[in-house]
Design a protein around this ligand. Structure first.
Ligand code: PMP
Length: 406
């Protein structure tokens, strides 16, 4: 049974007043709040077994290692990876994409091509631009239409032996649009030998992920957007692909043998996990996976779809509002502007005074803002603990902003 009160009771942070009003937290695409089970797991780690992992003979080190490796297995199941060593702990999506883009450097040459989409977060743009700078490869960007729908037919003529990477997000953080990644992967496999990276930062918190069914080479996401602590994240890579990849960071934990003459690298996943990991955070990420699985993906989807449908309907009942990507298939996000209000943050400030947390600005997606010829949007984004009553409060807030600003 999906019991929203029971769920909300697990998030102590929600039970507070902000600016004298009950907090309405609608900035979940930036980061989600954390349930008690995650907070307690993290705290218990530091209270009872804190020790460095993998190289300790003493008991605490072994316990910490066991817990972290257990968490890796949970995440393996969560995304249906074939092996636990295909799951690499990172500090977030940004690090995962940078890792791959850097590690591929020696496989890319001048005039090779890397394809991304118009709907990407800066962290799925800039690392590829930097790779292009290092290698002389070219970046191509799948265009979108005025609804924010990607025009993936271009791939039929773009994909060929020059294409080395196709990197797209499953869900856009700025607009919440669900991209047709299955079709993108199918085309890429059929027409090229390119690697496929899926940025799952905005999908892992909402959808059941099956990396084997998707048949992607890499899948990256951030823990902090799916109820886990900040500074956690995952890079999934197919075993055969990871084996072929040069390491990113050099240092402790990632070597087999180190000498001044020659160093050899450890096997997977440690080859890509140089240095002391975020052990407590990584263990707590496992607790976040448990939290999501206890709710169940079906319940999550039904509830979040209800929130989105209701929010869109209620907001569109107002005059003078534009929702970006209104006609596209979306999840979790309503991104909008009010006619006559040039600066989205003006709306954001009025909402904040009413205890409502939304994000305003370009959402690290400046090309999307340029496309729509705007500086930014107001973005309300949902998580499992949000309610229809909170959407009503948001709509009242937007009406107030219209009264004050228009
Ligand atoms: N990609 C997408 C689609 C995102 O939404 C975000 C975070 N807003 C990122 C990448 C970057 O994630 P992080 O800052 O956690 O590394």
């Amino acid at each position: 049974m999906f019991d929203i009160n029971h769920i909300r009771a697990q998030f102590p942070i929600l039970n507070q007043q902000v600016n004298g009003k009950p907090l309405v937290y609608l900035d979940n695409a930036a980061t989600s709040q954390k349930p008690i089970s995650v907070l307690e797991t993290w705290e218990k780690y530091y209270e009872t077994i804190n020790a460095n992992v993998h190289r300790g003979i003493h008991t605490l080190s072994q316990l910490a290692t066991e817990e972290m490796e257990l968490s890796r297995k949970k995440i393996q199941r969560f995304i249906n990876a074939k092996h636990d060593y295909e799951v690499i702990f990172t500090k977030g999506t940004t690090e995962g994409i940078n890792l791959v883009a850097y590690a591929l450097t020696n496989q890319i040459k001048k005039d090779d091509e890397i394809i991304i989409s118009y709907l990407e977060h800066h962290s799925n743009i800039v690392p590829w631009q930097m790779l292009c700078e290092r290698t002389g490869a070219k970046l191509r960007v799948i265009p979108m239409d005025e609804n924010g729908i990607l025009q993936i037919d271009v791939l039929d003529s773009w994909l060929n032996e020059k294409t080395k990477v196709v990197s797209v997000n499953q869900v856009s953080n700025a607009l919440g649009i669900i991209n047709p990644i299955e079709e993108i992967i199918e085309k890429t496999r059929r027409l090229s030998n390119a690697y496929v990276l899926i940025d799952g930062a905005q999908s892992a918190p909402h959808f059941k992920i099956d990396v084997q069914k998707l048949d992607c080479d890499f899948f990256v996401f951030s823990g902090h957007k799916m109820y886990a602590p900040m500074g956690t994240g995952i890079l999934y890579g197919k075993e055969s692909v990871l084996e072929n990849l040069h390491p990113f960071h050099g240092g402790g934990e990632m070597i087999a043998v180190c000498s001044f003459e020659k160093t050899t690298y450890a096997g997977l996943p440690f080859k890509f996990e140089a240095g002391t990991p975020n052990v407590g955070g990584n263990i707590a990420l496992g607790a976040a996976v448990d939290f999501i699985e206890q709710i169940g993906h079906d319940n999550l989807q039904i509830h979040e779809n209800e929130l989105l449908t209701y929010a869109q309907k209620k907001l569109l009942e107002l005059d003078g509002i534009k929702i970006y990507g209104e006609k596209a298939n979306r999840t979790g996000v309503v991104s909008f502007n009010l006619d006559g209000v040039g600066i989205a943050s003006d709306t954001g400030m009025i909402l904040d005074k009413m205890g409502i947390a939304v994000r305003t600005g370009h959402h690290c997606t400046q090309p999307i803002m340029d496309f729509f010829n705007i500086a930014g949007t107001v973005r309300a984004s949902f998580a499992v603990y949000n309610t229809l009553e909170e959407i009503d409060i948001l709509v009242e807030g937007v009406k107030k902003a219209q009264r004050m600003l228009v």
